[in-house]
Design a protein around this ligand. Structure first.
Ligand SMILES: [Zn+2]
Ligand SMILES: [Zn+2]
Length: 307
């Protein structure tokens, strides 16, 4: 029986002809029957793909042939072979759409001017030494933090990556400027850029979680500073550290859940937390945000940010 996996990786490296790299990537991923998403930008590549483990290995080997992509740090996870509906390979101006392509300055080892990298040991040591002076800054979209986050994290009120710059420039994070700020995201790619944005705007002491939550949870399971479920952008929806319990609660019945669903209104971007038992009742329903009510579970959002 075939064994399926998903892979998550990125590399910051100059791509002189993104359109050509897109065609090459499409052919390569297609040849190995992979599905998922690849973004190619002038500053590198970012991908989440699923397929048979042997095929993924061949694809990764091929991708590493490109100058600068040899340092891809690939994170492997369980897969079903049906984690993504299709293959999408796109050219974008940025690997992560912060709306700040000029913030990315490339050197021989990738992006320059970012936060100091921390692995699990590094983070635990920093927190042990500095305690409450350390701020864990969630670099993801706010809804992802509803089911899991670093203990005591500051969760910015952002719906998409485009919102971050506005939050910083409006001064909403100014109270963090002189503290030890550790940015974290799913696999690390967002923090490569977000930590540059912070340093460029006067944040004094900035760190980034190397390899993101994925690497930290690999190292610590449920025994470290991470609480709850990790939101993932594939068919799995979320993954759990062994022994961890989701921080999310169903907005209908209050039961513990990590199950997100889209609002029935196709134009609405709200991700609803609805448990399996309540799902039958919400499938055709517009979300409380759409109909102008404040959903009860969102009341908890204020606590999430520690604000
Ligand atoms: Zn429920
Ligand atoms: Zn809605």
């Amino acid at each position: 029986m075939a064994t399926f996996r998903t892979v998550l990786f990125y590399a910051f490296a100059p791509v002189a002809d993104p359109a050509a790299v897109r065609l090459w990537q499409r052919e390569l991923a297609g040849r190995w029957n992979l599905t998922g998403r690849v973004i190619v930008a002038p500053h590198g590549i970012n991908a989440t793909l699923g397929g048979r483990v042997e095929d993924l290995k061949q694809y990764v080997k091929g991708t590493r042939q490109y100058p600068g992509f040899e340092r891809l740090d690939v994170k492997w996870a369980a897969g079903t072979g049906e984690d993504f509906p299709r293959l999408s390979v796109k050219v974008r101006p940025e690997l992560v759409a912060f709306g700040a392509p000029d913030a990315v300055r490339l050197g021989p080892d990738g992006i320059e001017g970012g936060g100091t990298r921390l692995d699990a040991d590094g983070l635990d040591a920093l927190v042990a030494e500095r305690g409450g002076d350390v701020v864990m800054l969630d670099g993801r979209n706010a809804y992802e933090a509803r089911i899991g986050r670093f203990r005591g994290a500051f969760v910015p009120d952002v719906t998409t990556s485009r919102d971050f710059l506005g939050e910083i420039e409006a001064g909403r994070w100014d109270h963090l400027k002189d503290r030890a700020v550790v940015t974290y995201c799913t696999g690390g790619v967002r923090c490569e850029v977000l930590s540059v944005l912070l340093k460029d705007r006067g944040f004094a002491e900035v760190y980034q979680m190397d390899g993101g939550i994925v690497r930290y949870v690999e190292a610590r399971g449920a025994s470290g500073l991470w609480d709850g479920s990790l939101y993932v952008f594939d068919g799995r929806g979320h993954v759990e550290a062994a022994g961890a319990r989701s921080l999310g609660t169903c907005e209908r019945c209050g039961a513990s859940t990590a199950r997100f669903e889209n609002c029935a209104d196709a134009g609405c971007r709200t991700e609803r937390l609805v448990c399996e038992d309540c799902a039958a009742g919400t499938a055709e329903e517009r979300c409380p945000t759409c109909v102008g009510e404040r959903p009860t579970a969102w009341g908890a959002r204020e606590d999430v940010g520690g604000r």
